[in-house]
Design a protein around this ligand. Structure first.
Ligand SMILES: *Cc1c(COP(=O)(O)O)cnc(C)c1O
Length: 392
């Protein structure tokens, strides 16, 4: 065995022993929140296609028409020849929808954060990030030469303490958080963070991957309290409720202009296929004209949390923390036996001992499916509880 092979095998064995090995499972998604795995049809509660728009006839037709007209690929970086006019149209629509001056589309949400963060913060600057923020915000911070301060989850007082003691030591400060936390489903206190950031001349950036299309009539986490909170940097993805693929940032025009020159994942990576932009535009049309549709995922999540007595859902994402990875895997397998796909989420996606089931509710879920799922989860929970000593 050569050292490369030995290295990979040893790493895999370690992951296996900790119940942390992951593998790819062939899955088809024919639509309506059904997935097909190993020949079995399952109702999926693990898709972020919250509005089913990846399967919507108008969205698919837009993408198909764009492929027929413009081909399958962009051909080059957007700065070379890959900047199809559909991007300008999508960017102006996104900016308007999010109440921003301008927007910039990237290859994916992950790539957006890897490009944005190092372009805005460097040596002599500080980045504050919520401890439960998405991995790509941490990855962006790691690529930057700025110092990093991790604050306790949604703890505005902790942010105030850090900035009060340290803001003066740095030139610029950037604070980053998920708007909707991807593995917990709770919302960031965006208005309070905006206020603290304003007091300490700190730039607030939210990652609204799970807010666009499903909160505040589809406008996202900055709009939950009515008027738009002062969030100068609203980042998100085209890959979830919009049913397409790609990432974006809504920001002041000056920031977007700067990123066009400085965001390495934009400069050195091929532009998105034009059909992705066409699909996202068609999806935005549907979202903007259909507030009732955008309200459905959260309504289904609330029906679920009500039925099994969990704290009321704040977003379409509901976690059920089980602790050990083995427990989460076993619970997921049992739900699969009962016809549901609910993927177990394990460290390092979530903190150590924070393995969980993560339910994502979609507009397409039938009320009966949600009720059946709640029954199954309640039963699973009951069976998992240790037998009381006096009975054991
Ligand atoms: C999914 C997700 C991303 C990544 O977006 P992609 O377009 O899938 O790369 C970024 N941030 C958060 C919070 C996410 O949930």
């Amino acid at each position: 065995m050569n050292t490369l092979d030995a290295f990979a095998r040893r790493k895999l064995a370690e992951l296996e022993a900790a119940a942390l090995r992951r593998s790819l499972v062939d899955t088809e998604r024919p639509g309506d929140s059904i997935v097909v795995r190993g020949g079995r049809r399952l109702v999926s509660f693990s898709c972020n296609d919250y509005l089913g728009l990846s399967q919507h006839p108008t969205v698919k037709a837009s993408a198909s028409a764009a492929i027929a007209a413009f081909g399958t690929g962009a051909g080059a970086s957007r700065l070379v020849t890959g900047n199809h006019p559909l991007f300008a149209e999508l960017e102006s629509r996104l900016a308007k929808w999010k109440g921003a001056e301008a927007a910039l589309v990237f290859g994916s949400g992950y790539l957006a954060n890897l490009g944005i963060v190092p372009a805005l913060a460097g040596d002599g600057d500080v980045i504050l990030v919520d401890e439960l923020a998405h991995a790509c915000l941490f990855a962006g911070a790691q690529l930057s030469a700025a110092e990093r301060r991790v604050f306790r989850h949604n703890d505005v007082a902790h942010v105030r303490t850090i900035l009060g003691a340290q803001r003066g030591h740095f030139r610029n400060a950037l604070l980053m958080t998920d708007g909707v936390f991807s593995m917990d489903g709770d919302l960031a206190p965006v208005a309070e963070l905006a206020e603290v950031c304003a007091n300490y001349d700190t730039w607030l950036m939210t990652d609204d991957a799970h807010g666009l299309g499903v909160l505040a009539k589809g406008r996202g986490s900055s709009f939950v309290l009515g008027d738009k909170a002062t969030v100068p940097l609203q980042m998100g993805t085209l890959s979830k409720a919009l049913g397409s693929y790609g990432g974006y940032l809504c920001a002041p025009r000056s920031v977007v202009d700067l990123l066009v020159s400085r965001a390495r994942t934009l400069v050195y990576s091929t532009g998105l296929p034009p059909a992705n932009a066409a699909a996202a535009l068609a999806a935005l049309d549907i979202i903007e004209s259909n507030p009732a549709l955008t309200a459905k995922p959260l309504a289904k999540a609330c029906a679920f949390t009500r039925q099994i007595g969990l704290p009321e859902a704040q977003s379409p994402i509901v976690p059920l923390v089980l602790g050990a990875s083995e427990a989460a895997l076993a619970a997921s397998r049992r739900l699969e036996d009962e016809g549901f796909l609910v993927v177990a989420i394990r460290p390092p996606t979530v903190p150590a001992s924070g393995a969980r089931l993560r339910f994502a509710f979609c507009a397409q879920h039938g009320d009966d499916d949600v009720a059946r799922l709640a029954d199954s989860v309640a039963r699973l929970h009951r069976d998992a509880r240790p037998v009381p000593r006096e009975l054991g």
